[in-house]
Design a protein around this ligand. Sequence first.
Ligand SMILES: [Zn+2]
Length: 293
Amino acid sequence: MKTALTIGDITVHRVVEQQAPFTDPLEFLPTLTPELLAENRSWLQPEALDRATGKLVLCFQSYIVRTPHHTVLIDSCVGNDKDRPARPLWHMKTDATYMRALAAAGFSVGDIDFVMCTHLHVDHVGWNTRLDNGRWVPTFPKAKYIMADRELEHWTKREKDNAASVPWITDSVLPIIAAKRARIVKSDFVFNEQVQFIPTPGHTIDHYSVLVGRSGDDALITGDMIHSPLQGKYPDIGMMSDYDSGQAGLTRRQVFDRFCEEPTILCATHFPAPSTARVRRWGDGYKFVAAGG
Ligand SMILES: [Zn+2]
């Protein structure tokens, strides 16, 4: 499986933790109707919609962006040893898949200079920390973790009000703050001339995506501004954990409109392998076409 692409003097690597038929599409995309699903089944199957189970196939992965100056890991997936009883596939898991994938891409935890958190959902912050003698410590020993200010404020308040409702904030975000590893920025932060954030709010309050490269030769690491290619054809279809699905739909339309005539490669976090594509117009919506070649 091809897991790296080259953008000028930057390489982008995929580090996959899981890819599996994950959830019932009608539950995951609450405004999707059985009729609309039936109408689209043929092009979604088998990659994005599993034939046997009827579930949406989702990938859980990090992107590593290697520039001449830095190694940046974007979104840290699910993690190990985390208490997630609501999700059997994630609950207290101890597998070596993620660390093996990191090594296979040519990196060790000590190579990561920055971890960028597009948003602070459970499956994007898990490997921020690892368990060490009963304590949660930063997994990437020298990394700074970059988070958007209003995103962090929102989740910190929720944790304070009801910690049991957001255990991933307690075990995977707050220990980073306590270890003084967080760098808090605006969601339009310019990291350097080849790495900048694009605010993509809606899925969460202050979600960002990461644009890397130079105009004409670039890639957008989406984070969760989209989960399924079906939300390209129908940008207004929201996802069950959205903070504001209306805003998420507007974000998708804006971002896809901006890039649909560009060579920009979208690196979609949850799209099944190969996860990378260009976006093009498709009727009133958008489709994703192979980025190879
Ligand atoms: Zn999310």
